[in-house]
Design a protein around this ligand. Sequence first.
Ligand code: ADP
Ligand code: MG
Length: 238
Amino acid sequence: MLKMTQVSKVYRTEVVETHALRDFSLEVKPGEFVAVTGPSGSGKTTFLTIAGLLESFDGGSYVLDGVEVGRLDDSARSKIRNEKIGFVFQAFNLIPDLSVADNVEVPLRYRGMKAAERRERVRGALERVGLASRERHYPAELSGGQQQRVAIARALAGSPRLLLADEPTGNLDTQMARSVMELLEELHREGATIVMVTHDPQLAARAQRNVHVIDGQVLSGTAELLGLGAWGRAQQVA
Ligand code: ADP
Ligand code: MG
């Protein structure tokens, strides 16, 4: 499904250069559920945004479904993103002045889908997350757990084969977190490939595989563990 080989990503500002990923290599097979853990600032979000084609990268190779995406232009990348990938973010990222139904519909509009099919998919996705009765509500009228379920409905309305979730339960209490996790597990059983960043060891343990990221790299063995240099990734260049 997804294969990154020695991917590097450098963020540059006027004063600092941050190596967010360096020689980052990871393969995720179709239908896997992978949990990604690691300290704050280790590059987890950077990895997900590159995996989801929201960001470009500086070196290495990223093959998604057999296509080297590093060579694609912006419009080819957005097309793939729209067709294959769903995102769930920690901060829900719902649009406050759109209703629940309109929020879920946004990515379908980008796809140029006909109105009738959009309506059907929006309804189906909201039923799926148990929020069909809230379609006319606005995000502010919902609890955090409900907002996150709307965000999941938005991601799954497009039937993504790859679901990328960045600390999807980070802002939720334990019970809400569990119900969001159960929803992800259900999608996984139905065939979606899921990559979830989480700080919660109990949730990570429920995934099929855990990947630990430290200092912009996937930690794979004791040798790397011994060679850790967790400091000083932000280098002064001016
Ligand atoms: P994590 O999600 O594991 O907390 P991130 O991927 O967000 O880590 O960040 C990795 C490193 O890259 C951090 O040092 C962070 O400050 C830096 N970084 C992330 N995004 C940007 C950005 N847009 N501009 C500059 N630096 C960034
Ligand atoms: Mg992050």
